[in-house]
Design a protein around this ligand. Sequence first.
Ligand SMILES: [Zn+2]
Length: 136
Amino acid sequence: MPTSKIHALVHSKCPRCHVGNMFVGPAYGLRKQKTNDVCPVCNLTFEIEPGYFYAAMYVSYAMSVAEVVTFALATAVLTGSESPWTYMVVLFATIIIFSPFNFRYSRLILLHYMTPKIVYDPKWELLEENKNKSDI
Ligand SMILES: [Zn+2]
């Protein structure tokens, strides 16, 4: 059964096959995050041209602004504070805590939604399902 784009994005899967992992390891961990060079299933090169992930910075910036505005409003509503230090601490922590999330999902959003060259092909999923069945 074909996987939805949202499901593939949330689970950090390849935009073409929706099966292979785009990243090595979890988003939050002690190790540095690493993007696989190619998809382990369909062999798609994730960085489709040199420096392509620089475009993910724009996505990451938009995500950061949305998070900072949300947390600033939440802080204003919940604490009613007028001290700039409250906001500095909360927003600095927000940026630090969300940075691994932004790194990963900005690249995923870029490849899943903003790269018309990469099109989902359900044949890879079917091939992978058949391979798993034959292994049993
Ligand atoms: Zn793939």
